[in-house]
Design a protein around this ligand. Structure first.
Ligand code: NAP
Length: 278
């Protein structure tokens, strides 16, 4: 049983370590391999994966939107997010879904379960990952989501697609918006290693708000550090990566794997080794 992660480039992907850990834990005679797939060859790769011996796999940047078009059947979640990150074969058809929304929700369920009672969110960033986060918030009862992005047109496009509970707002409005937010989410790449920091004054954030960052390199981003210093509950982004992998593993290998401290430590060691250039 062979599963893949297809991307271009793909050598940075942590997914082989993640699925490799579960394969070993459950003593499954299978593999999970990174496949470097150029954009020109992606559609061919996806259409032919079953005849080339794969049982399914993950799709990563830059192929997630192309995968949505190349699958025979995609579910509501993938359609709403506009991207597919997990594929499998079922009754002779190539199926696709997007598990990033689940990853985001499950991470909060695990580390800040009271997030579910919130209704008002501020989301920073309107890139690919933002769509999954908005999907997760909207399907978990958030009916007032302010979306703030450098390029306002992208936030407006998401709002048009998702509905009137998403309101595009300006960076200048952040102070005011955060006074009412039950949760503040960073989905921009700011704060990621090698990127500028996300510099926001968190003093106006409502007491009791949850602050989460989907960037996980470093684990404690400057944004999360500032939130913790302001006395707010924080949730880092590594759990989103771990949880988004669960449904795919279950589809391909037939066992629903656990996201626990041992898995998290395993990934943290790999991240630390990369950081140290090993
Ligand atoms: P993307 O599609 O490239 O979007 C990047 C976002 O960051 C856009 O909103 C962009 O704004 C904003 N941005 C970039 N540079 C900026 C700057 N200098 N000032 C203001 N805004 C800036 O990327 P993505 O796929 O959404 O991923 C975003 C981050 O999430 C990445 O760090 C990625 O590693 C992380 N991520 C984590 C997980 C997880 O499982 N934890 C999953 C997916 C992604 P514009 O629209 O104005 O360019």
């Amino acid at each position: 049983m062979k599963a893949f992660v297809a991307g271009w480039p793909v050598s940075h992907s942590l997914s082989p370590f993640l699925h490799g850990f579960w394969l070993q834990r459950h003593a499954i005679a299978g593999s999970y391999e990174a496949v470097a797939c150029e954009p020109d060859g992606f559609r061919g790769f996806l259409r032919n994966f079953p005849s080339n011996g794969w049982i399914g796999g993950n799709i990563t940047i830059p192929h997630k939107e192309a995968a949505l078009l190349a699958c025979d059947q995609v579910d509501e979640t993938a359609r709403a997010i506009g991207a597919v990150n997990t594929v499998w074969l079922q009754n002779g058809f190539i199926h696709g879904t997007n598990t990033d929304s689940h990853g985001f929700s499950a991470n909060l369920d695990q580390h800040a379960p009271r997030w579910k009672s919130g209704r008002t969110a501020v989301v920073l960033g309107a890139g690919g990952a933002s769509r999954a986060v908005i999907h997760a918030l909207a399907t978990n009862g958030y009916n007032n989501i302010s979306l703030v992005n450098r390029t306002v047109e992208k936030a407006e496009k998401i709002a048009r697609e998702f509905g009137s509970h998403i309101v595009p707002r300006q960076w200048d409005d952040l102070g005011k918006l955060m006074q009412d937010a039950d949760i503040v989410v960073n989905t921009t790449s700011l704060g990621m290693k090698g990127q500028p920091e996300l510099e926001i004054d968190l003093n106006s954030v409502k007491t009791g708000s949850i602050v989460t960052d989907i960037v996980y390199t470093p684990l404690m981003t400057p944004f999360l550090k500032a939130a913790a210093k302001a006395g707010l509950e924080t949730v880092d982004g590594l759990g989103m990566l771990l949880h988004q992998a669960v449904p795919g593993f279950e589809k391909w290998f037939g066992i629903r794997p656990q996201v626990d401290a041992e898995l998290r430590d395993h990934l943290l060691k790999i991240l630390a080794a990369r950081e140290a250039g090993r």
